[in-house]
Design a protein around this ligand. Structure first.
Ligand code: URA
Length: 209
């Protein structure tokens, strides 16, 4: 298993670039984030088990394969993870979703949890944590601890962009969590924003500033 997968498919990279552009308006930004998430899931769910079923096409009987086992569970880190959740639920309409609310303390940049609602049975399926920006890595690491406390053992993290620092924090604290990204950027600035990044993902999604 590759621990860090950067999805370099041209479709994903094209959409990521349009997300980065500051002229991209919130409605378009939301659409792009949803599409990127759906395409990332194509990679991140490659190892899902399949089972054979018998079916009838209009022409004949045949055998087909469908995803077996429990549905994945998507966990959105509020608020920016909501943008990815829409794309994820479009791919898996029967999946359940959880929400973890964290904000960054403006002085320490440490995550503070203000909300956590996870579906019953969350520990039975594979959890996909949706956090678009892996900046310091603090929020994602905190969310993973919250999931582990609830007994979740199988966790994958989906982020659009990581900083080298954030990636290091995650790999160090949760080495068993596989991370899917579309880019690893240069650095964090002194406000803990990813450079070049795409700005504040929540603001870009919802038009707040
Ligand atoms: N969160 C964001 O939305 N953007 C960053 O660059 C860092 C954290």
């Amino acid at each position: 298993m590759e621990h860090v997968v950067v999805v370099n498919h041209p479709l994903v990279q094209d959409k990521l670039t349009r997300c980065r552009q500051k002229e991209t308006e919130p409605w378009k930004f939301r659409e792009l984030v949803e599409e990127i998430t759906a395409l990332m899931l194509y990679e991140a769910t490659r190892d899902m088990p399949l089972k054979e079923i018998q079916l009838e096409t209009p022409v004949s009987g045949t055998t087909g394969r469908v995803i077996s086992g429990p549905q994945p569970v998507f966990i959105a880190v509020l608020r920016a993870g909501l943008g990815m959740l829409t794309g994820a639920l479009r791919m898996f309409p029967n999946a359940k979703a959880g929400h973890i609310g964290l904000y960054r303390d403006h002085e320490t940049f440490e995550p503070v949890e203000y909300y956590c609602k996870l579906p019953h049975g969350v520990e039975q399926g594979e959890c996909f944590l949706l956090e678009p920006m892996l900046a310091t890595g603090g929020s994602a690491a905190h969310a993973i601890v919250a999931l582990k406390k609830r007994g979740v053992r199988r966790i994958k993290l989906l982020s659009l962009i990581a900083s080298p620092e954030g990636l290091h924090t995650l790999r160090h604290n949760h080495p068993e969590v596989q991370i899917f990204l579309t880019a690893i950027d240069e650095k964090l600035n002194d406000k803990a924003y990813i450079v070049p990044g795409l700005g504040d993902a929540g603001d870009r999604l919802f038009g707040t500033e």
